[in-house]
Design a protein around this ligand. Sequence first.
Ligand code: AMP
Length: 271
Amino acid sequence: MEKRWTLNDFEIGRPLGRGKFGHVYLAREKKSNHIVAMKVLSKSQLKKSQVEHQIRREVEIQSHLRHPNILRLYGYFYDQTRVYLILEHAPKGELYKELQRRKYFSERRAATYMSSLARALIYLHGKHVIHRDIKPENLLLGAQGEIKIADFGWSVHTFDRRKTMCGTLDYLPPEMVESVDHDASVDIWSLGVLCYEFLYGVPPFEAKEHSETYRRIRKVDLKFPSKPIVSSAAKELISQMLVKESSQRLPFNKLLEHPWIVQNADLSGIC
Ligand code: AMP
């Protein structure tokens, strides 16, 4: 049986950060001495912003995942005014701050992150979960600098249609048969955008106006600046992920075999 946690089980320490709906604190589980990150969400804030379903989905999905590059959610509890999420502590904090500090990453570092993320997304998609919100703000760094996917607020669980629709498969139209793969490929696109941002320090379709960004995305208006200097192998990989036709995007298992990844990524995920 799963343990029912209460605030009494934890000693709350210094604040780690502040999110939209509450604060995150360093905390220690008293019995085991285990260090965790405690996310404290205000129920009234969640209600006001109508995101209760989003949090519930986040908890349901994230608590079942076990992967070195996915932030663990150990459990949750609540009292009258707050919801508490017991999360794995990521001691090196937010990836986007690291990117801000360095402006852009080396090819070795970028390839290592890409390889870790591709393996985490293969695992996730294997569980029929699509993250749908891969971006620097949702990535944290572990004690060794290894990347961790956090924030499953936008993720969805696509149920296994082959199992649930057993017997009625004959009547499914192509868009239903294909939709799981199709949906999952949104994460390939996001990973392509992320790879570009790692190497150039800015996202590929950035523009002054929102409407211009939309236009550039629709056209896949992908340009590679001359500086910083980036290898043609990296540019080729990005171009293979940022493809308009979703079925034509490079699958993650192929990404792992790409020469740029093979030659640059550190398989330990440490950088
Ligand atoms: P969030 O509400 O998830 O946006 O979290 C707010 C801030 O708290 C983040 O920007 C991080 O700086 C910090 N934070 C959140 N979760 C963790 C964690 N598991 N480990 C370390 N820091 C965290």
